[in-house]
Design a protein around this ligand. Structure first.
Ligand code: EPZ
Length: 429
């Protein structure tokens, strides 16, 4: 089993380069199978989720080649294989194969999604969208069976009861080759949705309005291969900016699109963090005597739920009481008990997280419960006195490309260690 081991308190300084967006990549890769010739994705993050999706594609006879962040996907000889179990439930984003297979073949068998536990994560809106397009969807023995009518999928107007990133993208994937026009109303507006629509339009689709709350899709007959550069990962960027502010400045984060982080940056600004914002980089120059803040997460362009955990260690440095309310995932609090083990002055009251200044965090053995909780614990470990070991690192490696190497480059005393079993760690002391 792997663990991340950190000796905290080291001065951190220098540049961190952000990789391509995980939440784009995990949608773009299934979307690529809609083409009848090779798709080349540039700037793909080298993370476990990408490798898991490549394994799934290989099962369906889709050739893939991944080198230097360039992923070639050749669906020319693809066959639709039922995927009720196995790799398909190693990540939540495997549900994008539902929309992609429905869009390409008019049918598909896909295991129910896995992924981080953030409370109930139903896919009812995805299924409602597929059924509105004329598909029948049944779920049994942990797999979803999707089938369109003989005449194929028919464009329609779909109103999303809730703003959902996954459902918006999945319905887009199913609708691009449906007959006629599909309108998705109350659509999610995340940059990753624009990224997927850009890829599909480069493949010959006709999608307008991505990034607004109304997306219009004119169905087309065929989609061809193309080349597409993935947008930078705004959540990875925000995670490193939170670290930069927590250590008082001196870190530049590169490959950032400022517009994708406006709500996050305005919160740092409100706290008194000083930043130099350039074309594609943000440098935190100073961050002392910061003010406490209240944060409420919302769908984009609001404060991203994925950044409420990574900003927590910074808020623990600040004199006064900060409050976080996650309106998207009320149960996204599993990092708090782990931070308490490090001496953090943090508590959960209803669906609020209350944070007060913690003079010093102490290194401890902690567990990552999900991807962004893991990132939060890495930042806390870098700030803490003494040694922190983080287990369940596979969560972190799912979404942060070479996080250990990137942090070593700015002076962190951090390493990935192979642990045979708990006893071994004790013996080593
Ligand atoms: C995407 O998840 C991201 N994952 C999540 O990032 C992110 O936290 C989330 O969007 C919100 O921004 C990927 O893109 C792979 P939703 P998704 O559908 O699409 C409810 C990370 O850390 N809902 O926008 O699954 C749902 O329970 C991950 O990178 C339904 O009720 O999120 C949630 O409360 C974690 N029914 C809310 O909507 C549905 O059919 C928003 O979920 C779908 C969603």
């Amino acid at each position: 089993m792997k663990k991340i081991k950190i000796n905290g308190g080291k001065p951190l300084k220098g540049e961190i380069i952000v990789s391509g967006a995980k939440n784009s990549a995990v949608a773009l890769i299934p979307a690529a199978i809609l083409a009848d010739s090779p798709v080349i994705l540039e700037g793909v993050p080298d993370i476990q989720d990408v490798h898991s999706l490549m394994d799934i594609l290989e099962v369906m006879g889709v050739r893939t080649e991944f080198k230097n962040h360039r992923l070639e996907i050749d669906p020319t000889d693809m066959v639709s294989i039922p995927m009720p179990t196995g790799k398909i439930n190693s990540l939540r984003a495997s549900y994008y194969f539902m929309g992609a297979l429905l869009g390409k073949y008019g049918s598909g068998v896909v295991g129910l999604p896995g992924g981080c536990y953030l409370g109930p994560r139903p896919i009812d809106l995805h299924i409602k969208g597929f059924e509105a397009l004329g598909a029948t969807v049944t779920t049994e023995h942990g797999a979803t069976y999707l089938r369109s009518s003989e005449k194929g999928l028919k464009g329609t107007r779909i109103f999303m009861d809730m703003v959902s990133v996954g459902a918006t993208i999945n319905v887009m994937l199913a609708a691009v080759k449906a007959q006629g026009r599909t309108t998705i109303e109350n659509a999610a507006k995340e940059p990753e949705i624009i990224d997927v629509a850009t890829l599909l339009n480069n493949m010959g689709a006709k999608i307008r309005g991505a990034g607004t709350d109304e997306i219009r899709i004119e169905g087309v007959q065929t989609l061809h291969g193309c080349r597409h550069a993935i947008i930078p990962d705004r959540i990875e960027a925000g995670t490193y900016l939170a670290l930069a502010a927590a250590v008082g400045g001196g870190i530049k984060v590169r490959n950032v699109i400022y517009e994708h982080l406006e709500s996050f940056i305005s919160k740092l600004d409100e706290m008194g963090v000083e930043m130099k914002i350039k074309e594609d980089s943000i440098e935190v120059t100073h961050a002392d005597n910061l003010k406490p803040v209240s944060i409420k997460t919302y769908p984009y362009p609001g404060f991203a739920t994925d950044l409420q955990q990574p900003i927590t260690p910074l808020l623990l440095q600040v004199k006064g009481e900060s409050i976080i309310e996650d309106t998207v995932y009320q149960k996204r609090v599993n990092h708090i008990p782990e931070l308490n083990r490090m001496g953090a002055n943090a508590k959960i009251e209803g669906n609020m997280i209350i944070l007060n200044q913690t003079e010093t965090l102490k290194g401890a053995e902690v567990e990552a419960s999900d991807l962004r909780a893991g990132a939060c614990l890495v930042i806390a470990g870098l700030l803490a006195e003494g040694e922190t070991t983080i287990s369940n690192v596979e969560y972190i490696l799912r979404g942060y490309d070479h996080i250990v190497e990137k942090l070593q480059k700015i002076g962190a005393d951090i390493e990935m260690v192979q642990v045979e079993n708990e006893m071994r760690i004790e013996e080593a002391k």
